[in-house]
Design a protein around this ligand. Structure first.
Ligand SMILES: Cc1ncc(C[n+]2csc(CCOP(=O)(O)OP(=O)(O)O)c2C)c(N)n1
Length: 633
C-alpha cells in the first residue's frame, strides 16, 4: 500500500480534498485501525466495521458539518469519529477522560445529536432539516439507522411525520445487515430480506427492462415509468414510497464505488428538492474482518482480543453475573408456573434471557428495540392471567414510562420488571447509566420497588415479585455478584420488610441494594474505631419499612442512607419523606449520585469518587456522628 492517508485526515474537508480513487484506501485504513484499536481497548466492533463505506461516502459526498449527519445509537460510528479528528482518542475510548463509545455534542462539532439509545435519529434529523427550512438554509440532514434501530416505534413515528411533511432536505440511510445485536426480529425485517432474496424479483426486473426497452420510441417515456413502478413493486421500496419517501436501493453498502455514486446522486436529488429520500444499503455486519463477519453477534461489543485469531482473553473465573443468576432463577420459577413468560426488547443476551429462551422457546418474546411495546404487551398478557417478566435495562425502561404508568400501574396489573444494569454502568457512559429508576418508579401507585443486597437475595426477590399479584420492579447491577452461597429454596420476602444485619447505637446506615455489603464493611471498620453502627438492608424503596427505620431514627444519633442511584428522588428521599410523616426530627445524610452527568469510566473508580464505597460510607458516618455529638454538646 502507498503512504498512509488517514494520518493526514483531520476533518472531512481533508477527505473531500482527496481524489475519489484514494477513498478506497482511506476506507481500508480506517477498517484496519478499527480492528487494531478495538482489539486493544474493546468497543463496538462488528457494527462499526459494517458502516465504514457508508460513513466515508456520506462525509465525502455531503457538505458535513453544514449538512448534518445523525447516527442512530452511535455504536456504528467509529469511522465517523476517525474522520472527525478523534483518532488518537481511541486509546481511551470508554475510559475516564477518554472519548465516548457513543455520540456526544460536547465531543465534536460533527456530533450534531447525542445518542446511545436506539431509534432517535430520524426524528432528530427531521427536526434539523425542518429548522434549516425555517431558517432559509440550503443544507440537509442525513439519518443513518440500522435495521435494528428501525424496529423502534419512534423510527416509524418519524418516517410517518417526515412523509407527511414531504421534507425535501431529509435523507434516511437504512443500514440493513439483518442483525440487531442478535439476529433482528420483526415483520419489517423479514419483509425486507424476503423482498431482497426473491430470485423472481431479480429476473422480473431484468425481463421488464428488456421488454420495455424493445417498445417503439414514443412509448419510451411510459416504459421508464412502468419500469420504475415495477422496480418499486418488486423491491422493498414499496413500503417507503407509500410513506412518501423516494426509495433508492437496495445498494451494496460495503462497495465503496457503489455508495459513492449513490450518495453523489442522492445529494443532487436533495438539491433539486426530491426528498425525503430513503437509501436502502445492504451491508454485512463485521465486514472485512473475518471472525466478526462470521459471528457478528459475538463481535457486536467486545473486550480485548487477538487480531490474528479473533480469540478473546479468557474470562477470569469469578462469581456468577447477576443477569445469569436472574435467568436461572426465572427458569426455575417458570418450571413450576406455566403462566410465567420472559420478554426482552432486543437484549436477550445482555439480560440473560437467552438462557430462558433455550429452555422455554414458546414462552420467550424478543419484541425488537421496542421497550414501549414490550411493557404494554406484558400488560395485555397480564390481563389474561399470565405472569409476564419484561427484563429491561434500567436506562432503557425510561423510554416506556407512560406504558409503566398508564398500562401497568394504573390498572394494577401483575407485571414483574427485572431492571438490569441498575446503577453505574462504566464504559457505556452517561447515556446508559441506570441512575433514575427508583425516582421514576417510586412515584407510581401500586408499584413495589426493591433491590437485593447480593445475587442470592436477587433470587428471593424475583420469587417475591412474581408471587406479588400487582406490579413489582427489582433492580440489580451490571456485572458479577459477590460470590455468596445460593440458598437451595426460593422464598418470597414479605413486601416492605427490611432486614437488620447489624445493630448499633451511635449511627445507622440504611443501605439499599448494592450498597449493603460496602455498608457492612464500613460498619466493621468503624467498630474498630469504637463506633457502634447499625446496618439495615432496606430491600424496598417502596413501600419502605417505615417502622424499622423510625425505630433506628429514635435510637441512633445519626442516620446515613446510601444507594447507587440519583440522590434526588431515590431511596434516601423515601426515608426523608417517611421520617417527616412520622414527625421525627432525625439527622439524615443521604449518599447517592449528585445532580450531574456521570460519564464513562471504571465503575469501581466512579463509585469511589462519588463516595459510594466502604471508605465513603465510613467517612460520611464519622462526619454525621461528629455533627450529631457537636449538636448535643
Ligand atoms: C432504546 C434502546 N434499546 C436497546 C439498545 C441496545 N442496543 C444497542 S445497539 C443495538 C442493536 C442495533 O442494531 P442496528 O440498529 O441494526 O445496528 P447494527 O449494530 O446492526 O449495525 C441494541 C439493541 C439501545 N441502544 N437503545
Amino acid at each position: 500500500m502507498s503512504e498512509a492517508l488517514l494520518p493526514g485526515i483531520r476533518s472531512p474537508e481533508d477527505l473531500r480534498r482527496l481524489p475519489r480513487e484514494a477513498l478506497a484506501q482511506v476506507a481500508e485504513e480506517i477498517r484496519a485501525e478499527i480492528v487494531e484499536r478495538v482489539s486493544r481497548s474493546g468497543g463496538h466492533l462488528a457494527s462499526s466495521l459494517g458502516a465504514v463505506e457508508l460513513l466515508v461516502a456520506i462525509h465525502a459526498c455531503f457538505d458535513t458539518p453544514r449538512d448534518r449527519i445523525v447516527l442512530d445509537v452511535g455504536h456504528q460510528g467509529y469511522a465517523h469519529k476517525m474522520l472527525t479528528g478523534r483518532r488518537e482518542g481511541f486509546d481511551r475510548i470508554g475510559k475516564a477522560g477518554g472519548i465516548a463509545k457513543f455520540l456526544r455534542r460536547s465531543e465534536s462539532p460533527y456530533d450534531h445529536f447525542g445518542a446511545g439509545h436506539a431509534g432517535t435519529s430520524i426524528s432528530a434529523a427531521l427536526g434539523m432539516a425542518r429548522a434549516m427550512q425555517h431558517q432559509g438554509r440550503g443544507h440537509c440532514a442525513i439519518a443513518l439507522i440500522g435495521d435494528g434501530g428501525m424496529t423502534a416505534g419512534m423510527a416509524f413515528e418519524a418516517l410517518n411525520h417526515a412523509g407527511h411533511l414531504r421534507q425535501r432536505n431529509l435523507v434516511v440511510v437504512l443500514n440493513d445487515n439483518e442483525m440487531s445485536i442478535s439476529p433482528n426480529v420483526g415483520a419489517l425485517s423479514s419483509y425486507l430480506s424476503r423482498k431482497l432474496s426473491m430470485p423472481l424479483v431479480r429476473r422480473m426486473k431484468g425481463f421488464a427492462r428488456e421488454f420495455l426497452g424493445s417498445l417503439p420510441g414514443d412509448m419510451l417515456h411510459w416504459a421508464h415509468k412502468a419500469e420504475e413502478s415495477l422496480k418499486v413493486f418488486f423491491s422493498p421500496g414499496m413500503l417507503f414510497e407509500a410513506l412518501s419517501f423516494r426509495y433508492v436501493g437496495p445498494i451494496q453498502g460495503n462497495r465503496l464505488d457503489v455508495v459513492l455514486e449513490t450518495f453523489a446522486n442522492v445529494r443532487q436529488m436533495v438539491l433539486s428538492g426530491e426528498g425525503p429520500i430513503l437509501v436502502h444499503a445492504v451491508t454485512a455486519k463485521g465486514f472485512g474482518y473475518e471472525p466478526a463477519q462470521q459471528d457478528p453477534f459475538r463481535y457486536h461489543g467486545v473486550g480485548a482480543f487477538e487480531i490474528e485469531s479473533g480469540a478473546f482473553r479468557p474470562a477470569r473465573p469469578g462469581p456468577p453475573r447477576y443477569q445469569d443468576v436472574f435467568a436461572d432463577a426465572l427458569i426455575r420459577l417458570a418450571r413450576e408456573d406455566e403462566r410465567i413468560v420472559g420478554i426482552t426488547a432486543a437484549m436477550a443476551d445482555g439480560t440473560g434471557l437467552d438462557r430462558f429462551r433455550d429452555v422455554f422457546p414458546d414462552r420467550f418474546y424478543d419484541v425488537g428495540i421496542a421497550e414501549q411495546h414490550a411493557v404494554t404487551f406484558a400488560a395485555g398478557l397480564a390481563t389474561e392471567g399470565m405472569k409476564p417478566v419484561p427484563a429491561i435495562y434500567s436506562t432503557f425502561l425510561q423510554r416506556a414510562y407512560d406504558q409503566v404508568v398508564h398500562d401497568v400501574c394504573l390498572q394494577n396489573l401483575d407485571v414483574t420488571f427485572a431492571l438490569d444494569r441498575a446503577g453505574v454502568v462504566g464504559a457505556d457512559g452517561a447515556t446508559h447509566q441506570g441512575l433514575y429508576d427508583l425516582a421514576y418508579l417510586r412515584a407510581l401507585p401500586n408499584m413495589v420497588v426493591m433491590a437485593p443486597k447480593d445475587e442470592n437475595e436477587l433470587r428471593h426477590m424475583l420469587a417475591t415479585a412474581i408471587a406479588h399479584p400487582g406490579p413489582a420492579a427489582l433492580r440489580f447491577p451490571r456485572g458479577a455478584g459477590f460470590g455468596v452461597p445460593l440458598d437451595p429454596e426460593l422464598k418470597a420476602i414479605p413486601i416492605g420488610q427490611a432486614e437488620l444485619l447489624r445493630d448499633g447505637t451511635d449511627a445507622a446506615v440504611l443501605a439499599f441494594g448494592t450498597m449493603v455489603h460496602p455498608a457492612l464493611e464500613a460498619a466493621a471498620e468503624l467498630a474498630a474505631e469504637g463506633l457502634s453502627v447499625a446496618v439495615l438492608n432496606a430491600r424496598f424503596a417502596k413501600p419502605i419499612d417505615r417502622e424499622r427505620i423510625a425505630g433506628l431514627a429514635r435510637r441512633c444519633a445519626a442516620l446515613v442512607t446510601v444507594e447507587e442511584h440519583s440522590a434526588a428522588g431515590g431511596f434516601g428521599s423515601a426515608v426523608l419523606e417517611a421520617l417527616a410523616a412520622e414527625g421525627l426530627d432525625a439527622r439524615v445524610r443521604c449518599l447517592g449520585v449528585p445532580d450531574a452527568l456521570i460519564e464513562h469510566g471504571d465503575p469501581a473508580a466512579l463509585l469511589a469518587e462519588l463516595g459510594l464505597d466502604a471508605a465513603g460510607i465510613a467517612r460520611a458516618v464519622r462526619e454525621a456522628v461528629a455533627a450529631a455529638r457537636g449538636r448535643r454538646a
